[in-house]
Design a protein around this ligand. Structure first.
Ligand SMILES: [Zn+2]
Length: 365
């Protein structure tokens, strides 16, 4: 997330039943067809559509690859240099396989500016399912060719194409839309992205995940709804950051959940963003208010290259967290879940966050 870092038809997208054409032309594997039942949608992954009932334990906000270091091609963003690509792929595979060993089945990748060729190489070497995204991250942190798009229709067309046709000339379809704002109020460019994303969701049924926070969430949510998005398909990310455990601030966020949207938190082990007591107070408040079925927990694992070295978020200034590299996907099961259990959360609540809620937002089940 980064805080200086810090949402049916045929053809189908995030919520994707088989089309007659797919069935008739054998575009889907035999096992996938056998596993699907009528009315149960298919979900797009990097290796092809999978049945909804196969998602399992799912991390809703992660990153396979991030970028190659700031400042070269674009301030705040540069692609991964060719010399580091094979190391990047190997490392991403190792993190995913670590995740598989602790029971994680699916990763939702919220890097919408991703090298899809490298993603294909990664996905072929792991059992973890990877749901790719389309969309636009923060304007200062994406390739300049995307940041320079001013036309709202062009934004909409790009997202729609990546959801229903494929990404960068491949047949890999995105399964979710990622959008972002630097904060509040939203800039005019960000408003265009949000309106375009809402229209694309109306056309495709794809969920929208937003880089958000307690300050920007109300404005983001309001704009999405006014632009036609469905609350049951909206994830507002990083909602715990800066809320502290102040009950009045948490209570002010309740209307967003009451309308049906979801909150995501991912600062486990990052006490410099959100102390553990505040993070658990956040989750406990909304569970006790009856909204466990509207909460996601994830790691937001992200690392980037800096002078030839892999740096996980938090390792760099100002926090220089010596434990930053521990925050991999597997960290959810090796650290976050055990500590949540110690802090009084039930296994049922954790299963709701990690299994039931992802299935509901992607499959409507
Ligand atoms: Zn993120």
């Amino acid at each position: 997330m980064s805080f200086a870092r810090r949402p049916v038809k045929i053809p189908t997208a995030g919520i994707a039943p088989f089309s007659r054409r797919e069935l008739l032309t054998g575009m889907l594997s035999v096992s996938a067809i056998a596993a699907a039942t009528p009315g149960r949608p298919m979900i797009s992954t990097v290796t092809g559509p999978v049945p909804c009932n196969s998602l399992g334990t799912t991390l809703i906000h992660e990153h396979l690859l991030w970028f190659g270091g700031p400042g070269l091609q674009h301030p705040g963003y540069s692609p991964i240099p060719e010399t580091l690509q094979s190391d990047s792929v190997d490392f991403a595979v190792s993190l995913l396989n670590d995740a598989a060993r602790v029971g994680i089945k699916t990763i939702v990748d919220l890097t919408p500016h991703r090298p899809i060729d490298l993603y294909q190489q990664i996905a072929r070497r792991t059992a973890v399912k990877i749901i790719p995204s389309t969309g636009f991250y923060r304007r200062a942190k994406i390739p300049s060719s995307w940041a320079e798009i001013e036309d709202e229709k062009q934004m909409e067309d790009r997202m729609h194409k990546e959801l229903v046709q494929g990404i960068d000339g491949t047949s890999i379809r995105a399964g979710i839309i990622k959008i972002a704002s630097e904060g509040a109020p939203l800039t005019d460019w960000e408003k265009k992205v949000f309106r375009a994303a809402a229209r694309v969701q109306q056309a495709t049924g794809a969920p929208i995940a937003s880089h958000s926070g307690p300050n920007s969430a109300p404005e983001q949510h309001d704009l999405l709804l006014r632009s036609g998005a469905a609350p049951r398909l909206i994830v507002l990310s990083h909602m715990d950051v800066g809320t502290a455990s102040r009950t009045e601030r948490l209570r002010a966020l309740l209307p967003l959940l009451k309308q049906g949207s979801y909150f995501e938190v991912d600062t486990f082990g990052q006490d410099f963003y959100t102390p553990w007591s505040d993070l658990t107070a956040f989750l406990r408040f909304f569970c006790d208010a009856g909204f466990a079925n509207r909460l996601f927990i994830s790691v937001d694992c992200n690392w980037h290259w800096e002078n030839g070295v892999k740096l996980f978020e938090g390792a760099e200034a100002p926090t220089r967290d010596p434990k930053a590299s521990q925050r991999t996907y597997a960290y959810m099961m090796t650290f976050a879940v055990p500590r949540l259990l110690e802090s009084g959360f039930s296994q049922k609540e954790i299963d709701t966050f990690l299994i039931d809620n992802p299935r509901r937002i992607f499959c409507g089940l």
